[in-house]
Design a protein around this ligand. Structure first.
Ligand SMILES: [Zn+2]
Length: 331
């Protein structure tokens, strides 16, 4: 269900707001505050699991609400998480994830300033968020800040599904740490493909820089074709081994690595979705508690153990297990 409110209605709600204000009024008030502080006119809507603030024409944003809810449904169906309150927790308690979508870098910067001022995130937030067209923040307020350039409005849907994938991996069994980069990027890409049948993969193609280049045509790539290309690489034994993918940072992951990892994630989920989420939960639980951006041997060892506990095989044999799954299907 989607509810639109013109800004004057938001203001009207604000003037009536009291102690017992319904949650939707809290969200409307938040977006009204964003408008006031940024000097921009944001429109507001609330859907089942998300809150929306945007400066684009309504017609360009309305289709994104369904994409987001469809992406949520894919996640919910596989993880068993049904209520947003189980996943989206902000400093004030459970709150629907906030999407802020603007039309330009200038507006994007104003939205980032507002978020930084209001929610006081980590020290490097403003620099990190300003350097990217899309940014997700899993704490202290679960949000994604997006600006349109250089995409056409019709391609924003890929960004929405993808960013939800990033946030899901960050927020599931939240431990206030940086999740394994391969897991986050590949699940985001998987969710994008699963929700829309295609991926745009802009995240690492544009923002991070694609270093692989062997799967070049990534724009609006059909998910099925990408998977076929990955399997084709595997048959030639040219696919990247998971052991080699795990140490890579987000900026080092290219299409070959993300394609392989996303295919492996889909395979693990198809095998046993409960075991996949148990694997993610074990990794989060055992993850180093001090902030470590770089890969360490310990990080691979944690994932190896979690994989063995959940599925009965570890990093030494996961590639062979995965390859055997599609060669078995061919027979
Ligand atoms: Zn991404």
């Amino acid at each position: 269900m989607t509810r639109f409110s013109a800004l004057f209605l938001v203001c009207a709600c604000l003037s009536l707001r009291g102690q017992d204000a319904a949650p939707e009024n809290r969200y409307a008030a938040e977006v009204a505050n964003l408008s006031e502080k940024s000097g921009l006119t944001f429109r507001f809507a609330e859907t089942d699991h998300f809150v929306w603030a945007w400066t684009l024409p309504d017609a360009q944003v309305a289709p994104l609400h369904k994409v987001a809810e469809d992406a949520w449904k894919h996640f919910a169906d596989s993880s068993g998480v049904t209520e947003y309150s189980e996943l989206w927790k902000s400093q004030r308690g459970p709150e629907k994830c906030l999407f802020i979508i603007t039309t330009s870098g200038v507006q994007h910067a104003k939205a980032i300033d507002w978020y930084a001022e209001k929610y006081k995130p980590w020290k490097g937030f403003k620099d990190a968020a300003s350097s990217q067209s899309y940014y997700v923040s899993s704490a202290p307020r679960v949000a994604s800040l997006i600006h349109l350039k250089p995409l056409s409005p019709s391609r924003l849907k890929y960004v929405i599904a993808h960013e939800i994938g990033h946030l899901v991996v960050q927020r599931y069994k939240f431990n206030n740490q940086v999740p394994p980069p391969w897991l986050e990027e590949a699940y985001a890409t998987y969710l994008e493909g699963k929700t829309l049948g295609r991926t745009d993969c802009y995240c690492f193609q544009g923002t991070y820089g694609d270093t692989a280049k062997s799967l070049e045509k990534l724009t609006e790539l059909e998910w099925k074709k990408w998977k076929e290309a990955v399997v084709d690489q595997a048959k030639k034994r040219k696919d990247k081994l998971m052991k080699g993918i795990l140490p890579l940072s987000l900026s080092q992951l290219g299409s070959d690595e993300v394609g392989k990892s996303a295919a492996v994630i889909e395979w693990l989920l198809d095998k046993d979705k409960a075991k996949f989420w148990a694997f993610v939960a074990s990794v989060k639980k055992a993850w180093p508690q001090d902030y470590q951006m770089n890969w360490t041997e310990q990080k691979s060892a944690i994932q190896d153990t979690a994989l063995k506990d959940a599925f009965g095989f570890g990093l030494d044999t996961i590639d062979e297990e995965w390859r055997a799954s599609f060669s078995a299907r061919k027979k």
